[in-house]
Ligand binder design. Structure first.
Ligand code: SF4
Length: 434
């Protein structure tokens, strides 16, 4: 009779480390403490769409190949390209991400992660405005004011509320839910809003105006209008007076802020508000990164190159200018001649004009599941699932590194993403391509 074994869930950026799985006959038969999304993610190890052997396109069709042949073809495609784009990475291990950046430098290509169309903007905002943050452990133990701004964790990070924010009792929040205040700022009534103490329903695209009004109130200035961004000024006054008196406030920053008008400037001004609130009490912000290791790519890229995303090594030295060297812009301007996609599915997630441009270029994909992107690839290298079939490291949304565990053997011919990248790098190094 198999026992439950402890592991870490890779279903989202929360990387829940209290999860347990029961394995019988090489299959997951039961899980403990996972949310539905986590269970679905772990059980994808047995999905019918798992890739189990390398594939190479021959006469317009993908056919099974040996790993050696598939790696040789991938090496050929990438080394012949003048400016390959290496894209994806948010669902790959830190070890693979590191090798990916070295590979981009070796190839003279551009490497970017999906964070550039997601929470990468929070990093850019932090660079402009400064960034006061905390770990989720601190939030659990100290925070008595929780604000979700433009995010709905009940969908994106289902155990966020029960593990770290509203529900748990921390060292300094022994009364749990009764002691804490939950505020939702969103353009609509979200599911999380059903249990909130206060909902600020901001007009779409007006977050910047609302945050600016809050900063004015905080500085003791009068606002002449009756309302700002759909929120009455007397409510804004009350909110700021309340926030100033809490022991520890945290704002969880969602994509609702970075994907509306103002883009990363919304987050920049929000970070300024957070800093100014620290004149009265302790206040922090944490971006709600979605993929399990999106934060990891930004960390690794910053250690190795000094830039968190959109890293261009095609000029001989490292250059980064988000908006110019980020993946989607490079694709839109057609400034790449081959693509390596790792753990991402741009064909089904990107707008059609971008997907069309990708489809016209030689394409190498490293992934564990069959996707619309693997279906049009020239070479597919099957990856073992990190955190299920192989170990690895990932960064939680609060930038805490977590070691991922293995509890199944890799299926078919799958290799870890780290091993695949290492083999590709050594083959390209042998070719002497700079
Ligand atoms: S909240 Fe995220 S990490 Fe935690 S169990 Fe659910 S999917 Fe997994």
């Amino acid at each position: 009779m198999a026992n439950f074994v402890p592991t870490v869930c890779v279903g989202c950026g929360l990387l829940c480390d209290d999860v347990e799985v029961k394995v019988e006959g090489g299959k997951i038969v039961s899980t403990l403490h996972t949310c539905a999304r986590g269970e679905w993610t772990l059980r994808r190890a047995h999905s019918n769409s798992r890739l189990t052997s390398p594939l190479i396109k021959k006469n317009g069709k993908l056919v099974k190949a040996s790993f050696e042949d598939a790696l040789s073809r991938a090496t050929e495609i990438l080394s012949e390209a003048e400016r390959p784009l290496l894209w994806g990475w948010s669902s790959a291990s830190v070890e693979a991400q590191r090798l990916g950046i070295l590979l981009a430098q070796r190839l003279g290509g551009v490497i970017d992660s999906t964070s550039s169309i997601c929470h990468g903007s929070s990093i850019l905002a932090g660079r402009e405005a400064g960034f006061r943050t905390a770990t989720l452990g601190e939030v659990k133990n100290r925070a008595d004011l929780i604000v979700y701004w433009g995010s709905d964790p009940s969908h994106s990070h289902p155990r966020h509320l029960s593990r770290y924010t509203i529900i748990p009792r921390g060292i300094y929040t022994q009364m749990g839910y009764e002691q804490k205040q939950l505020v939702i700022v969103d353009v609509r009534k979200s599911r999380t809003g059903k249990i909130a103490n206060q909902i600020l329903e901001v007009e779409p695209n007006k977050d910047y105006e609302l945050i600016s009004a809050m900063r004015m109130v905080l500085k003791g200035k009068n606002i002449r209008d009756k309302e700002v961004a759909g929120i009455p000024v007397k409510v804004i006054n009350q909110v700021i007076q309340t926030w100033k008196t809490r022991q520890f406030g945290v704002i969880f920053v969602g994509l609702g802020l970075s994907m509306s008008r103002g883009k990363y400037r919304n987050i920049e001004v929000l970070y300024k508000l957070v800093q100014e609130l620290n004149d009265f009490t302790r206040f922090v912000a944490i971006p709600m990164a979605g993929h399990y290791n999106m934060v990891g790519f930004n960390q690794v890229a910053t250690w190795l190159t000094g830039h968190p995303l959109g890293i261009d090594a095609s000029r001989g030295n490292i250059y980064s200018n988000p908006g110019e060297t980020t993946g989607t812009e490079i694709i839109m301007r057609d400034e790449f001649d081959a693509m390596l996609v790792v753990a991402s599915d741009p064909i089904s997630t990107m707008p059609l004009p971008i997907a069309r441009k990708i489809a016209r270029k030689p394409l190498v994909v490293v992934d564990c599941l069959e996707t619309p992107t693997t279906k049009i690839a020239d070479v597919v290298l099957p990856a073992a699932m990190t955190g299920v079939e192989v170990e690895g490291t990932a960064y939680r949304i609060d930038s805490v590194p977590i070691r991922l565990k293995k509890f199944l053997e890799p299926c078919g011919d799958c290799k870890s993403d780290e091993e695949i990248l290492s083999l590709l790098l050594s083959k390209i190094e042998k070719l002497g391509k700079k």
